[in-house]
Ligand binder design. Structure first.
Ligand code: NAD
Length: 294
């Protein structure tokens, strides 16, 4: 019997890639429900999935921020069950915190946190009833450590980490495994899709000049990091597959070792300041924080 997989946010990036990978599985082990908020964006996915087996794939509309849309998706699943739920939909938000509108911040939390909660709420009862299931989350290194100018994004991903780590404890009783895939930078359209304030953005005009110049430096750092360490979607998908195939999957999978020293530093130095200094050095190397240069 095929494993029924439901993935959110499949119009691009990791979600699209995972839907295609699982739908084209050589042994046809999966039936994939690739969901997306806006069906008018399904062309890329349809194009990529063209050569898949006919009965391994279906596209459904689902906006994770619309509870009605999430709940009504359950009825559209022919098998009447989801074995593997992949919460992947997510958006970013980058820039000095004082430049973000309340609406932009709220929207990001709606997708990244409340969308993930609604999706899990909808599909968990069925899994509990069957005493089996997997929940896999597109998380981020930004869910484990603070990253400058990603304050709100990190806040949302930290929240998702707390949500899933807490759930995992009780779900052990139900043979349901939760796995967080901790991605570093991935070469998807995420950077273009995310509402990142570029240097010329008008909302940056009002920010103080120190913050502005630090943000400029951060954007340069970001570019370098993406050039040097960004992973291909394919690499990320292999990690998802590892979690899907593991007899007893881990709570966390790291797609890259690159950020491990910083993560370990954060965990091992309990005052927290070592991490803050190390991250500052990593991003703004050379520039001394004002508090230290006095
Ligand atoms: P992406 O922008 O290509 O994919 C995100 C998808 O979520 C898009 O298809 C978008 O349409 C969808 N989405 C947005 N709002 C939605 C909603 N309300 N309902 C349903 N779908 C919605 O970028 P990606 O890199 O594939 O990102 C996938 C996940 O991976 C995100 O959760 C992101 O936070 C995480 N991630 C990405 C990176 C990276 O560098 N690309 C790094 C760490 C984590």
């Amino acid at each position: 019997e095929k494993k029924v997989v439901l993935i959110t946010g499949c119009s691009s990036g990791i979600g699209l890639g995972l839907a295609v990978l699982l739908a084209s599985d050589t042994y046809q082990r999966f039936k994939v429900y690739a969901t997306m908020r806006d069906l008018s964006k399904k062309e890329n996915l349809l194009e990529s999935v063209r050569d898949c087996h006919a009965d391994t794939f279906e596209i459904l509309q689902m906006d994770v921020t619309d509870q009605q849309s999430v709940v009504s998706t359950i009825e559209k699943i022919k098998e009447q069950r989801v074995d593997i739920l992949v919460c992947n939909a997510g958006i970013g938000l980058m820039g000095p915190i004082e430049c973000h509108s309340y609406e932009a911040i709220k929207k990001m939390f709606d997708v990244n946190l409340f969308g993930t909660i609604s999706t899990i709420q909808a599909f968990l009862p069925g899994m509990k009833q069957r005493r089996s299931g997997r929940v896999i989350i597109s998380s981020s290194v930004g869910g484990l450590q603070g990253i400058p100018f990603n304050d709100v994004y990190c806040a949302s991903k930290f929240a998702v980490e707390g949500l899933c780590e807490s759930l995992a404890i009780v779900l052990q009783h139900f043979n349901i495994h939760v796995s967080l895939i901790e991605c570093g930078p991935v070469s998807t359209n995420f950077m273009n899709n995310l509402n990142f304030l570029d240097t010329s953005d008008s909302s940056l005009q009002n920010v103080d000049s120190d913050t502005h110049s630090l943000y400029d430096q951060y954007l340069q750092h970001c570019q370098t990091i993406f050039q040097d360490v960004a992973q291909d979607t394919e690499e990320i998908l292999q990690v998802f597959l590892e979690a899907i195939d593991a007899p007893i999957p881990s709570l966390r999978y790291f797609t890259t070792q690159f950020f491990m020293p910083l993560i370990k530093l954060k965990l091992s130095c309990d005052g927290g300041s070592e991490y803050v200094r190390a991250m500052h050095k990593f991003v703004f190397s050379g520039v001394k924080p004002k508090s230290e240069s006095k």
